[in-house]
Design a binder for this molecule. Sequence first.
Ligand code: GLU
Length: 290
Amino acid sequence: MSHYIGRFAPSPSGPLHFGSLVAALGSYFQARAMNGEWLVRIEDLDPPREMPGAADLILKTLEAYGLHWDRTVWYQSHRHQAYQGQIDAWLAQGQAYFCRCTRKQIRASGGYYNGACRHRHLTPQPGYAVRLQVDTPITHFYDEKHGKIEIPLALAQEDFIIKRRDGLFAYNLAVVLDDIDQGITQVVRGADLIEPTGRQISLYQQLGHPPVSYLHLPLAVDHSGHKLSKQNHAPAIDRHNPRPTLIQAMAFLGFELPVDIEAAELSEIVAWGCQNWHIHQLPETFEITR
Ligand code: GLU
């Protein structure tokens, strides 16, 4: 079997909260259980949504929780050349095209993009997005925990955006190019990212690269069913007293911690987690209220 390389890829829109700790821990335990590497990538792709200082705070918090990464941290803000290079190559091959359709127009034509600009041969203009022509829609994929996951055909067929109207690179493109260039073999992340997985697999296909495997972890939601996030004021996790939150997050991932482990040093709890991690103990559900 080839060498395992996993990753945790937070967006620095705010400090780490419980939901992002779950994703960090799940990807860490899985990588260590596979004797693999665990990389950290800061997805600072969308400056208006970022909080100054959040990236450093996230890294300090990971260290405080005993989650030590391999190699150097990557920042998506340093990768623009790679993203633009790929977009230019696809534009030159006619695999990608400029699109001037507004969200309102797309809503009016049924909610999914109907390829209206595919044959318009538009030249670049401020306010135009770039879309990738999807020739072979990905209508399902296999998740390591959940098995076959279906993707609605209308979504799978859509020519999706690889560069946004505001000039920012699209998340799906950046994630896939980075995962390839970092040699990632498996993506472990929250179940909120199941939906874009089809698009990401479609990017691998267009790039002629075998896709990674995927493992989606249960998502922590609040009592009204919303994902814990900065937008709905999920509190930052405590960096100075990590043990209680670490134990709660491990219980969330299906661990039953022995009493002596709960009382042990933080590094021992994490090491115990690496040794006792099994995908089958993960809850079956996609969401858990917290
Ligand atoms: N940056 C994304 C987020 O924080 C995660 C991307 C991924 O794991 O693929 O939601």
